[in-house]
Design a protein around this ligand. Structure first.
Ligand SMILES: [Zn+2]
Length: 257
């Protein structure tokens, strides 16, 4: 399934990845992960009975795709969508980790959306939970918890999802690249012989190459501030202008942070 989506997005052939299940290594650290040195996915023995089975497998496959195309770097760490990762890991690692994990979260969700109806049972206890918009019970379109800006993997996943989807009903989402279009733009953003490290690096590339208005999207997710003064389209005076902004940015209807 995830192999199919990478083929659709990249026009490349399917990719096969080695996976160890149950993995002695993963069980020892009690965590599923992708080893980017040996290109192996490690899965814990209890994953088979978990509601998160496919969410996790496809998340790890997303890391493999990122590795092949250099669209994220990697950092070994216990992490989750509720974390402010710069608070936890510092400025150097936090945004890099969020970018890497947010991509994998996004990849897991869109893989399930695109192909799950044909072959996937997302949850052992809830077989109807198929092809939904959820990752670990979070609706990627509406779960506004933990909006920690660029330092939160759930925010990264949601930004990528909004850039992918046709968000005509969302005032903050004017971007609709589709999965293939977004993947191409991410590849374009990869520096020569290097790796795309953070959302900021990706945005730099988009601002260089696209004329789209990314302000509402970045502000909605507390990544960009929301300018309030001078008021838009006001007349300039000879007084030196005063600048003010809401540090958090974001849509006023979003109260959870
Ligand atoms: Zn991960």
């Amino acid at each position: 399934m995830s192999q199919k989506i990478v083929a659709v997005q990249s026009d490349d052939d399917y990719f096969f990845v080695e996976a160890h299940y149950p993995s002695v290594t993963a069980n020892t650290v009690d965590s599923c992960f992708y080893d980017f040195v040996s290109d192996v996915i490690h899965l814990t023995s209890d994953l088979g009975t978990s509601d998160y089975l496919w969410d996790t497998v496809l998340h790890e496959y997303g890391h493999y795709v990122a590795d092949i195309y250099n669209i994220t770097d990697f950092w070994a760490a216990n992490h989750g969508p509720t974390q402010h990762q710069t608070d936890t890991f510092g400025k150097l690692v936090g945004p890099l980790l969020s970018w890497s994990e947010g991509w994998a979260d996004y990849y897991s969700v869109v893989s399930q959306q695109m192909y799950a109806p044909y072959q996937l049972i997302d949850s052992a206890s809830n077989p109807t939970n198929i092809a939904d918009y959820k990752y670990k019970s979070r609706n990627i379109e509406s779960d506004n918890t933990y909006l920690y800006g660029e330092s939160n993997e759930w925010v990264i996943a949601r930004v990528l999802y909004d850039m992918d989807d046709n968000g005509t009903s969302e005032s903050w989402d004017n971007i609709s690249y589709g999965g293939k279009g977004l993947f191409e733009k991410m590849q374009e953003a990869v520096p020569f012989l290097s790796i795309l490290d953070t959302l900021s690096d990706f945005m730099d590339s988009l601002y260089d190459n696209e004329s789209d208005d990314f302000g509402p999207l970045l502000s909605y997710y507390y990544i960009a501030e929301n300018p309030t003064l001078p008021i838009n389209n006001t007349t300039a005076t000879y007084f030196a202008p005063r600048f003010e902004w809401d540090a958090g940015g974001g849509d006023p209807s979003v109260t959870t942070i």
